[in-house]
Ligand binder design. Structure first.
Ligand SMILES: O=C(O)c1cc(C(=O)O)c2c(n1)C(=O)C(=O)c1cc(C(=O)O)[nH]c1-2
Length: 251
């Protein structure tokens, strides 16, 4: 059941809205997913970690594209000046010295072929549908809803703080160098999330807009959750790898 379906009721103060958004993170963010717990407790095989990195690349790759969609909807130059930093974080100055390149370094550090990962050919169908849905959401919905859908970043410093030390401790082939992607992320994510949250608090000024913001964050949490569900279904102990998807046993 979606307990947030009517959460805006007859209207909320900005503080009440923020409290609900944080509750959504506490109950639905992907750090509550069993696969995340298996990862942090050292239970995943190398093949399962490879599958996670390969699929998650598709998410990384769509982020600057959805942020470009958001930019195209924004009429305020000050908003665009702030939001474009997100694209620079991922693409760097030449396309290959930002977050996307660092994610490829993570994937190759786990033993995957760079071009295969970048081609996205081995990704699960469900991963492709999920990241496509994120791009469509930011294309078709209002600017306010698209900004709200980025608010999972409020919670990403928590999951990164759980993931990185655990991976270093539990998997002897994982090094700090491989996980370099995550180093700047908590600072970048806090900057981005603070801006997006202030925007949402200011612009969600009717019950309808507040409910739309709440729904956008639930949608995004569901999307991240569905990506981990798909990995578990394909690569879990009794999993079933879809035709054409990456198979760790046939590298
Ligand atoms: O490591 C993670 O679990 C995680 C989660 C999220 C997120 O919550 O959407 C992002 C990231 N990482 C991330 O690295 C990132 O650049 C990012 C951008 C966005 C976004 O929606 O705009 N989310 C996330």
């Amino acid at each position: 059941m979606n307990e947030f379906a009517d959460a805006a009721g007859n209207g909320l103060t900005p503080n009440e809205l923020e409290r609900i958004l944080r509750e959504i993170g506490l109950s639905r963010y992907h750090n509550r997913h069993p696969l995340h717990h298996q990862m942090t407790s050292g239970q995943l095989s190398k093949g399962q970690l490879q599958a996670w990195a390969l699929n998650r690349y598709c998410y990384q790759a769509v982020i600057p594209r959805k942020d470009a969609m958001i930019l195209s909807h924004a009429e305020d130059p000050a908003f665009r000046a702030e939001w474009r930093k997100r694209i620079e974080d991922h693409d760097g100055s030449d396309g290959w010295n930002g977050g996307i390149a660092r994610w490829l370094k993570l994937a190759t550090g786990l033993g995957l072929d760079r071009d295969f990962v970048a081609s996205q050919q081995g990704a699960l169908p469900a991963t492709r549908f999920a990241v496509g849905a994120y791009l469509s959401f930011c294309t078709d919905k209002s600017l306010l809803e698209a900004v709200a859908s980025s608010l999972t970043e409020l919670f990403s410093p928590v999951i990164i703080g759980e993931r990185v030390p655990a991976m270093l401790a539990k998997y002897d082939y994982v090094t700090e160098d491989i996980l370099e992607y995550f180093k700047p992320r908590p600072v970048q994510a806090s900057r981005d999330a603070d801006y997006a949250l202030a925007y949402v608090r200011q612009h969600a000024d009717t019950p309808e807009k507040q409910q739309a913001v709440i729904d956008a964050l639930v949608f995004k949490c569901d999307l991240l959750w569905a990506m981990l569900d798909a990995l578990e279904q394909a690569y879990g102990d009794h999993g079933h790898i879809p035709p054409g998807a990456f198979d760790p046993k046939q590298p």
